[in-house]
Design a protein around this ligand. Sequence first.
Ligand code: PEP
Length: 252
Amino acid sequence: MSKRPRPLVAGNWKMNGSLAGARDLAKAAAELAGRTRTEIALCPPFPLLAPVAAILSGTAAQLGAQDCHAQDKGAYTGDVAAPLLREIGCRYVILGHSERRAQHRESDPEVRAKVAAAWRAGLGAIICVGETESERELGRTRARLALQVQESLPDGANPANTVIAYEPVWAIGSGRTPRPEEVSELHAFLRAALVARIGPEADSVRILYGGSVKADNARALMGVPEVDGALVGGASLDAKAFSAIAEACRET
Ligand code: PEP
């Protein structure tokens, strides 16, 4: 494997957080980003983006959103446009999270259209892929991942505009994780699928692991050579745990 890219640890707060709590977590993330070589990003709910942006501004920590619309503007009540996310300071947007795929029936083509919108706005897309428990049990993990990589990525993906998050659906919020050897194999598989999709540049696209990453399993999971960081849900709401995860990533 060639020189690996700088790891990224992104915190997905999901529909959690408060104004007061967000300020504390943002200050802690800004401080963390200043002392680690891992890139740090916080992805709070929409109403907390602006207050978190105000704290992260001028620091090394990045801001991300949890979704965007496929159109740049228009009559889409309740949705949020990528250009506005960029304007208020977002660097990233999480797209195709399994909770959105399941709860909002987002398909791969819809995810792909959202990724294109994110890119048009100058955002980096953190594109989530992962198999469900039944797909895993039926031996369909690789087929599922290959299809998601093929269908969720528009043409033009590169290491600056794309991050892949491998998130086994059964591991999210469950406290269960795959064994590090499985993570290694599936990240290598995803890397090969990415190379097939976008060519040799894929080697520098970061592939994060996500799904029940905690302070106590971070060393084992982040120590897998094919893992370029983490997408963290629950543990990102605890500044100490989030920091421990970032510190478990390899040095660049
Ligand atoms: C996630 O929501 O992307 C996630 C990985 O959640 P958790 O860390 O809580 O499993």
